[in-house]
Design a protein. Structure first.
Length: 185
């Protein structure tokens, strides 16, 4: 089993690849949207310097522990998928975001499913997890579509745009992922 995820992942409609400096305009175009960031820990209002910092962080991140893929649809970046790999705990944390213009087309599911499959195939992890603002129904549904289970809700665990909110934790164990991926073969 190798331990570094691929930098490029192709899905039916998307190309996941590392960020490049010239992606700043695409990121800024979708991240300034108030709705996009409603449940995401990101600057608000969002400025060009924020997009530059986001893209720079993605480019500089250690691919072994913090891979960040730009989601490229037809040459434009429409979002990102991120993993934080914690080898000492044999776990990884999933993060994702897609531009509002592309919601409800199954694209986030397509991108995240590909990363989840690669993560369990490539890394020696036993657990993948994600957290979200408890009010973010779309994210809850999406995580469940990925096969994740709601494990806990931490009370007033995060502050989102100055409002303290509960945070939901979701997890998927390797054995559960194996059962689902075997069944769908
Ligand atoms: C949450 C988010 C990722 C959903 O993305 P999306 O591209 O619309 O999701 P998909 O089209 O891939 O849908 C996958 C599943 O998620 C669920 N879902 C998506 N949007 C939903 C909504 N508005 N209400 C309820 N369920 C929803 C559905 O179960 C859907 O499957 P279905 O269409 O077969 O019913 C998107 O809103 C987003 O990126 N928001 C901005 C950033 C963000 O909030 N990131 C998540 C931080 S935890």
């Amino acid at each position: 089993m190798t331990s570094v995820l691929p930098t490029h992942i192709e899905t039916a409609r998307l190309r996941l690849r590392p960020f490049r400096a010239h992606d700043v305009d695409d990121v800024l175009a979708y991240a300034v949207d108030r709705e996009f960031g409603r449940y995401v820990a990101m600057p608000f209002p969002y400025r060009r310097t924020d997009a530059e910092a986001f893209v720079s962080r993605g480019m500089a991140a250690d691919w072994a522990t913090a891979p960040t893929w730009a989601i490229d649809a037809g040459g434009r970046v429409i979002g990102a998928v991120h993993l934080t790999v914690e080898p000492a705990h044999r776990r990884a944390r999933l993060g994702f975001a897609v531009a509002r213009a592309h919601w409800r087309q199954g694209l986030t599911l397509e991108a995240t499913r590909a990363v989840v499959d690669w993560a369990f195939t490539t890394l020696a992890i036993t657990r993948l997890y994600a957290t979200t603002d408890v009010r973010h129904q779309a994210a809850h549904q999406l995580l469940e579509r990925l096969g994740m289970q709601h494990e806990a809700t931490l009370r007033l665990h995060r502050t989102q745009r100055r409002v303290q909110v509960d945070e939901a934790w979701y997890g998927l164990l390797r054995v559960e992922w194996e059962a689902v991926s075997t069944a769908s073969r």
